[in-house]
Design a protein around this ligand. Structure first.
Ligand code: C2E
Ligand code: CA
Ligand code: CA
Length: 678
């Protein structure tokens, strides 16, 4: 739209008057055309509707007075023509332009009306003057003056009334002023010159004034519309930002922030509703893909992305999922309709997990994975508490099997609170005062002689209960206290159970982090030295898990431990992780066959074959073998038959306090086979 925009730098003051009038005429010629903008047309018509009716009423009144003035002098039909025809027309226009009617009119009609208005006005004005001129000869000087007076009034009020329509005002002014001036000049009226001057000057000034009004109106309207546009743009921008801030670009689902916000809103909704009216709160489910890393590593990231997008599409197909999104990586969260009971949600989660099993086709490859699901009903806690519970259920599901579904239960709640309490206590505890060590004998299978002891740690949160490592070692890992813990255990074991003085070995377990951590070799070697323990009497037990994270570094560290004289045992061998092919590369002194495997020895032929293979492998590599978890004579017998030399388990002795270990060592002579090789 914008021929209506006016140059704010238009010349000002007397020097600019000429330019101003020129500009004014140009403006009048090229000024706003109604069709140039819908909003502008509406604003314009609305403004006129508040002025035009009044203007037409003034004109009708004017006509009526003039007719009365000439009532007796002029022919009745001529006197009546003004008010009857012209006045009637003016009143009809007044009614036509009333605001309530204009508001109802369509844009097309308004455009037509506005276009017509300037000519209609000019013609009506001209008719007024023509009528006045026809009446003129019938009146005396006073009556004739009245005609000029009433025409001038009509012109002035026309210009003022059409302040927002300068072109119309100009046309009316020309159509009325020129004929009426011509008339007065030719009539020889004594005031002809004065009246002409007044009419011309006042008309011109009024036109200038109304043009100023019009310009202000246009400017005001334009800036108002600009403001509206800006507000709209700002709203659109805000909407865009909102989308960007809440959508995960990869899947088009909600992102972590948005999902958590929804969970928060659900919790707030539940707590704000009067009790009993809230309905059941929604279920929060966490979905973790099993095998996603494999897809990413094998087929590339594009394939991984395709899988994530497919997961989002499939989750979107569940009507009972009220909202879902990606929390990050391959973890999704979905809120499920609270109206479902536990069985219902379990069924739905199973269907979700089933849906995720369907293969994803990507670039000619068939990608298969599954999703484990943990579910928890949102229940008045904080978002992080609810997430923690759904996560605990998910963790349990992942432990069960790929694609399993677990709903967080009351027992899980108790376990979680227990764990939370233990975590707090562990964080606050002075480890030195709350640890103790138990020692389990490792015996010669053939003779039953004790060849050494393995130390097991116990921790007490309160001095009453003693917890097994499975319950607190992960806390040490999570709080970064494994190093501190291992050094403490190591030093205490060497201080209280000096097995080497009795010709025995002492086995100590290392956490995976101890194997990897820089400086741990030197730290343990120093402790052994301070305790006066020969390193070769100490067996460090490491699990394969420790080697998985960074096999090269782990291998180098094991070599460093060995270089200090320590012996290395590979713990829990045969418990899932084992890879026989790795063993020959590792610097090992001993393999410890896992308890599970030794338990299966009695019943499963496969287990016997596997153990047989492990033993022959160990022989070939010149590595010693220990079997763990031997609980009865039958197992011991099988192990003996397979040729395993060292055995450990409840059948030979439980983990006991150090006094028991010391008693055994001082009573029994050291078995010959355990002579400590330096
Ligand atoms: P592990 O090194 O394989 O230890 C054997 C576990 O089996 C010990 O449990 C032991 O008490 C138990 N056990 C021994 N003989 C038998 C048996 O005949 N039958 C059965 N059912 N169990 C038997 P514990 O003490 O709970 O230790 C569990 C795991 O915690 C250990 O497995 C070891 O990996 C770790 N751990 C124990 N003490 C320490 C430690 O001081 N430091 C580190 N880093 N880890 C330790
Ligand atoms: Ca061990
Ligand atoms: Ca073990």
């Amino acid at each position: 739209m914008n021929r209506g925009t006016h140059d704010a730098r238009a010349p000002r003051g007397a020097a600019g008057l000429k330019g101003r009038i020129g500009g004014l005429l140009r403006e009048w010629g090229s000024r706003w055309q109604p069709h140039e903008g819908d909003n502008f047309t509406l604003a314009y018509a609305n403004s006129l509707s508040h002025r035009l009716p009044l203007l037409y009423i003034v004109v009708a009144f004017d006509l009526a007075l003039t007719a009365i003035r000439f009532g007796n002098a002029a022919p009745a039909w001529l006197a009546a023509f003004g008010p009857m025809v012209l006045g009637g027309f003016a009143l009809w226009r007044a009614v036509y332009w009333r605001p309530s009617a204009v508001r109802e009119r369509s844009l097309t009609t308004l455009r037509r009306d506005l276009k017509a208005m300037s000519w209609v006005g000019a013609w009506a004005g001209f008719m007024f003057v023509l009528w006045g001129m026809l009446l003129y000869p019938y009146g005396d000087r006073d009556a004739q003056s009245f005609i000029h007076y009433s025409i001038a009034i009509a012109v002035f009020s026309g210009i003022l009334g059409l302040g927002h329509a300068p072109l119309t005002a100009l046309r009316i002014a020309v159509a009325m002023t020129i004929p009426s001036i011509g008339q007065i000049l030719f009539s020889g009226h004594p005031n002809a010159i004065m009246v002409t001057l007044v009419q011309v000057v006042v008309t011109t000034l009024l036109l200038l004034v109304t043009n100023g009004h019009h310009r202000d109106f246009v400017r005001l309207e334009l800036s108002r519309q600009q403001l509206v546009r800006r507000e709209r743009d700002a709203a659109r921008l805000a909407q865009n930002n909102l989308v960007q801030a809440t959508i995960d670009p990869l899947t088009g689902a909600l992102n972590r922030r948005a999902v958590l916000a929804r969970v928060e809103a659900e919790l707030a909704k539940a707590s704000a509703a009067p009790s009993g009216q809230a309905g059941e709160p929604a279920w929060l489910s966490l979905i973790d893909l099993d095998g996603f890393k494999h897809v990413n590593d094998t087929y590339g990231h594009a394939a991984g992305d395709a899988v994530l997008a497919a997961v989002a599409t499939r989750l979107a197909g569940f009507a009972r999922i009220t909202c879902f999104g990606r929390l990050g990586g391959d973890e999704f969260a979905a809120l499920i309709d609270g109206a479902l009971d536990e069985d219902g949600v379990c069924l739905l989660a199973t269907e979700m997990s089933e849906a995720l099993r369907a293969p994803v086709l990507h670039a000619g490859a068939v990608l298969r994975l599954s999703g484990s699901v943990g579910v928890h009903r949102l229940n008045g806690r904080s978002v992080s508490d609810c997430l923690e519970r759904a996560d605990a259920a998910l963790y349990k599901a992942k432990e069960q099997s790929d694609g399993a579904v677990v709903v967080f239960s009351h027992e899980d709640e108790i376990a979680l609170q227990d764990r939370a309490a233990i975590t707090r206590q562990f964080n606050d505890s002075n480890l030195a005062d709350s640890l103790k060590l138990l020692y389990q004998p490792i015996v010669e299978g053939q003779t039953g002689a004790t060849s050494g002891f393995e130390a097991f740690v116990r921790w007490s949160p309160d001095g009453v209960r003693w917890l097994a490592p499975g319950q607190f070692l992960s806390l040490a890992e999570a709080t970064g206290r494994t190093g501190e813990l291992t050094r403490m255990i190591f030093a205490r074991a060497l201080r209280e159970c000096k097995a080497w003085q009795y010709g025995r070995t002492l086995s100590i377990n290392l956490s995976p982090r101890d194997v990897i951590r820089a400086g741990s070799v030197e730290a343990l070697a120093r402790i052994a030295e301070e305790a006066g323990a020969p390193a070769h009497a100490i067996i460090l037990e490491v699990t394969e898990r420790a080697l998985l994270a960074d096999p090269k570094r782990a291998e180098a560290q094991l070599r460093a431990f060995r270089a200090k004289g320590f012996r290395i045992a590979l713990d829990d061998f045969g418990a899932g992780w084992s890879s026989l092919s790795q063993v020959h590369r590792l610097p090992l002194d001993m393999i410890k066959i896992d308890q599970e495997l030794s338990r299966a020895l009695g019943s499963e032929a496969g287990a016997r074959t596997l153990v047989g293979t492990i033993i022959s492998l160990a022989w070939q590599l010149g590595i010693d073998c220990t079997i763990e978890g031997v609980e009865d004579e039958a197992q011991a017998e099988t192990a003996r038959a397979l040729g395993i030399r060292l055995m450990q388990g409840y059948h030979f002795g439980r983990p006991e306090p150090v006094e028991s270990a010391l008693a055994i060592m001082s009573q029994q002579a050291a078995p010959e086979a355990v002579e400590l090789r330096a």
